[in-house]
Design a protein around this ligand. Structure first.
Ligand code: ADP
Length: 880
């Protein structure tokens, strides 16, 4: 990120003598001292002095000089026509950009034209379509001391506020919302923001409790915000959004009228997925495992047809519900749509024609919509009645769909107005005419008629003049410098009548005009100019009138968004054969498979034939597995060789809970699930190597957070805890954590471990059980069946996996022999007894001394699987 530029120092020094234009520039630079000011001069945006040097360097454009009576200054300029792409480059380089436009026509003044910053472009406050990377939300966050957090998408008007209690909670919220920029108040922490997020310290005064409250009340009337920290965050954020909006040229107020709702939420109302869990479950972002990129959960659920639905689905995924009633309402809707294939398919076809209503309406409200935006608005609203038709039937089976049906309002007056006023395919420019339909405004029609008549008169002029002069080659033409002319070639000049006035001399011809032609021409020009102006005025009126319907259009947009998200869930459920889960119901725990459950025990996790929603799409033959973690036996230790499917399975259980609580069907034959309040994950150190922090320290910090925050309704997934330290330490920690979770926390817990001894611990704990994945030893190594079974694993097959991975036979053989010795000496690890062809000839003594030394130097307890693989790769290379 670049340093803030501030006002140019050379200019500041001689502010007194600067030309009026440069003092205007200097003034704007001082006002917007944390931004790069782009200063309109005619068709260009200019920058001067230091700013010019930086601009030229970053945009790779020429640095020139500007000379005037007060000196010579470096200058760099970009054409206004292509400004957006340059602005994007400046943003990428870490700048905020203040766009200072001429807000007065040069003809209107004898002196300096007025200029004003009409927008400040920052990563978090983008509204131009060209700059917004995609349809996803683009949030700007605001954080105060005391952890008041507000989040605003300036492009859509979505606005959220909450109050958090600790830095970790802040981090989790930021992970979910992934803001592009964070406005921070005095004393607010800046460390929870990641590298991709621009941190913007903002005026202290905006954070003052009284000021902030006034700002919030100006938007939403009295505030229902619970804490002062929230009020300050919201007030300051609104102030910042207004600042970024700049001065409007339309003369509207500074308010952002399309920000009509503030959603105040308590993170405790939603399933809490902390930052670590979101990442390890790959909810929004796939992890890069060994350079391969998988898919994230969000992608596997996203069959939305329009931008509105895509954003809504993401927002549901950010905050899975805790209220069983609300979850069921969404599931009802999904089911109703699932059953009505025809309606659903028709709805999806219609949804594909829907423009981004939320962004459209915010552009309309900000006075930035062009004629094409209004047409897009009209065409989207015109789809709404048919869309209503598609849910009419399903609404009978779902309250949520009934609400959506009710809320789908095509705003007929708005449609009618736009349709009557704006031509069908208007130009991009709204100031050059061609926008307003005939018949909309009498004055305009008159002007256009004058224009047409004049042109018709000119069109006929050629024939008339030919006849009058008898010159058949006489031509009437037009060019931009001289306007209309009558052209007569040199040989015919004798025939030119007296009223022809010479306009231009060419090599072979002369061009003339007549007083009448001149008069007509002036008439046409005058009419065109006035018509264009009038059209612009009419268009702005139209835009303001449309903006009056902002809230209604937003309500329709919200209904469309929900419908699309629900259709997406229904489509995925149908396509991938998901089942409707029961969530949070009291379990009918009387079935024979769980004789130990008392009849009134509440649900627990009871899944038959569960699948991992992401892995099943890529794995040719995915093996479904059951899950049974009842409230009175909520813990399982999962063992099995590497690659047998442990972590896939554990993540699958967590993902099923997340999916169900956002209202989705789940990949399973049958699923009864509790309402899980939080999902915690701690995945193996080996999976997190890229971070470069002390893996053990990271692991322990995460474990501490889990043990401290998990409760009986939480789901805890632990994968290989204790791997980052020596075996003894690691095992001790794993055992202690298991016991604590079992005795004190009682959370639904899945614990995968390579510490085989832990299976004995689990066997002794009354509310825990052992589960395992096994493997079959085959002639060429091992084969995994990915089939989950009761009881502890009996072998780890690590050596066979090494063999399969291409470790030189000698090393494999030696390892086998060592293991056999070890097995004789102690330990619970039974070795499979099937001899392989190679074990018979094993003789460790044959290993070259150098290799032995190298292997001895390896501390297995302190070696991650990745490091081991790298070592083997090096050995293999030498062997070849
Ligand atoms: P572990 O955690 O035991 O080392 P993983 O869960 O990483 O094993 O799975 C290893 C491989 O097996 C992965 O490539 C995965 O795609 C595949 N796999 C896991 N579970 C299944 C399953 N139930 N059916 C089919 N393939 C699976």
């Amino acid at each position: 990120m670049e340093e803030a530029l501030g006002p140019p120092s050379v200019m500041a020094e001689k502010a007194e003598e600067l030309t009026p234009m440069l003092s205007q520039y200097l003034e704007l630079c001082e006002r917007y001292d944390d931004a790069l000011v782009l200063f309109q001069v005619g068709d260009f945006y200019e920058t001067f002095c230091e700013a010019a040097e930086v601009t030229a360097r970053i945009l790779e454009i020429t640095l020139t000089q500007r000379e005037d009576s007060t000196g010579t200054y470096p200058m760099a300029g970009i054409p206004i026509d292509s400004a957006e792409s340059y602005i994007e480059t400046l943003l990428d380089a870490g700048f905020r950009v203040a766009v200072a436009d001429q807000v007065q026509e040069p003809e209107e003044t004898t002196g300096l034209v007025d200029r004003a910053v009409t927008r400040v472009v920052t990563p978090g406050t983008l509204t131009e379509t060209e700059l917004l990377a995609d349809a996803d939300n683009n949030f700007v966050a605001c954080l105060t001391d005391g952890y008041g957090l507000a989040l605003l998408d300036v492009s859509t008007g979505e606005f959220y506020a909450t109050r958090l209690d600790r830095p970790e909670a802040v981090e989790a919220e930021l992970e979910r919302f992934d803001p592009a920029e964070a406005v921070v108040g005095p004393e607010a922490p800046t460390d929870p923001f990641d590298d991709g997020c621009m941190v913007t310290p903002y005026e202290r005064s905006a954070f003052e409790p009284e000021t902030a409250r006034e700002t919030v009340e100006a938007y939403f009337g009295s505030t229902s915000l619970a804490s002062e920290a929230e009020v300050r965050a919201c007030g300051a954020l609104l102030a910042y959004a207004e600042y970024a909006r700049g001065t409007t040229t339309d003369g509207d107020g500074e308010r952002l009228d399309y920000i009509t709702h503030l959603t105040r939420y308590d993170p405790r109302e939603y399933m809490l997925l902390d930052a670590v869990a979101l990442r390890s479950l790959e909810v929004f972002e796939p992890r890069h495992v060994h350079g391969l990129e998988g898919a994230a959960l969000v992608e596997t659920l996203d069959e939305t047809a329009c931008a509105l639905g895509g954003r809504r689905l993401r927002s549901w995924l950010r905050r899975p519900l805790l209220d069983a009633g609300r979850i069921d309402a969404r599931l009802d809707a999904v089911e109703a749509l699932l059953e009505r294939v025809g309606d659903r398919e028709r709805a999806r076809k219609l949804l594909a024609d829907v423009y981004d209503l939320e962004r459209l309406v915010s552009r309309v409200s900000r006075g930035r919509a062009d004629a094409r935006d209004l047409r897009a608005l009209e065409s989207t609203l015109s789809v709404v009645p048919d869309l209503r038709g598609c849910v009419a039937d399903a609404a009978a089976d779902s309250d949520l769909l009934a609400d959506i049906h009710e809320a789908l309002d095509d705003c007929p007056e708005v449609r009618e107005l736009i349709d009557r006023a704006v031509v069908e395919s208007p130009p991009i420019e709204i100031t050059d005419g061609g926008v307003i339909r005939e018949g909309y405004d009498d004055r305009l029609d008159e002007l256009r008629a004058t224009e047409r008549e004049g042109k018709a008169w000119i069109d006929d002029l050629e024939a008339r003049e030919r006849e009058r002069t008898g010159v058949d080659s006489l031509k009437v033409g037009h060019n931009s410098v001289h306007g209309y002319y009558i052209e007569v070639t040199n040989p015919n000049l004798d025939a030119v009548p007296d009223d022809y006035e010479r306009r231009q001399t060419l090599k072979n011809a002369e061009r003339f005009y007549t007083p009448e032609l001149k008069e007509r021409e002036d008439e046409i020009l005058g009419a065109t100019e006035r018509a264009d102006e009038l059209e612009y005025e009419l268009f702005r009126g139209l835009r303001t009138e449309t903006a009056a319907a902002t809230e209604r259009i937003q309500a329709t947009a919200a209904a469309v968004a929900r419908l699309d998200a629900l259709c997406s869930l229904a489509t995925v459920a149908a396509r991938y054969d998901y089942c409707r889960p029961t969530v949070g119901a009291v379990g009918e725990a009387s079935d024979a498979s769980r004789p130990s459950s008392p009849p009134d025990a509440s649900g627990g996790i009871d899944v038959e034939g569960g699948r991992h929603p992401v892995v099943e799409r890529t794995e040719e033959a995915f093996v479904p597995n059951p899950t049974e973690l009842s409230a009175d036996r909520p813990m399982a230790v999962v063992t099995g060789p590497n690659m047998s499917g442990k972590s896939t399975y554990m993540r699958q259980v967590a993902l099923l809970c997340v999916m169900a609580q956002l209202g989705s069907f789940v990949p399973a034959e049958r699923a009864e699930l509790p309402v899980v309040d939080r999902v915690f994950t701690r995945v193996g150190a080996s999976d997190d190597i890229a971070g470069g922090r002390s893996t053990f320290m990271v692991e322990m910090t995460e474990l501490a957070a889990i043990l401290e925050n998990a409760g009986p309704d939480s789901l805890v997934v632990l994968d290989e805890v204790g791997r980052g330290t020596s075996t003894t330490d690691g095992y001790a920690i794993a055992q202690a954590a298991t016991e604590y979770l079992h005795d004190e926390v009682g959370a639904y817990t899945l614990f995968a471990t390579h510490h085989h001894e832990l299976t004995d611990v689990a066997a002794d704990l009354p509310r825990a059980r052992n589960l395992h994945f096994s493997a079959d030893r085959t002639a060429d190594g091992v084969a995994f069946d990915h089939d989950l079974r009761e009881g502890p694993a009996t072998a780890s097959y690590g050596v066979e996996v090494a063999d399969m991975a291409g470790v030189p036979p000698r090393v494999v053989e030696r390892a086998d022999a060592l293991l056999d010795e070890g097995a004789d000496a102690d330990d619970g690890l039974a070795r499979p007894t099937t001899p392989t062809a190679s074990t018979a000839s094993t003789d460790g003594g044959e290993l070259p001394e150098k290799l032995r030394a190298e292997l001895r130097a390896v501390d297995l307890a302190d070696t991650t699987p990745l490091e081991a693989l790298n070592l083997l790769a090096r050995l293999k290379e030498r062997a070849e």
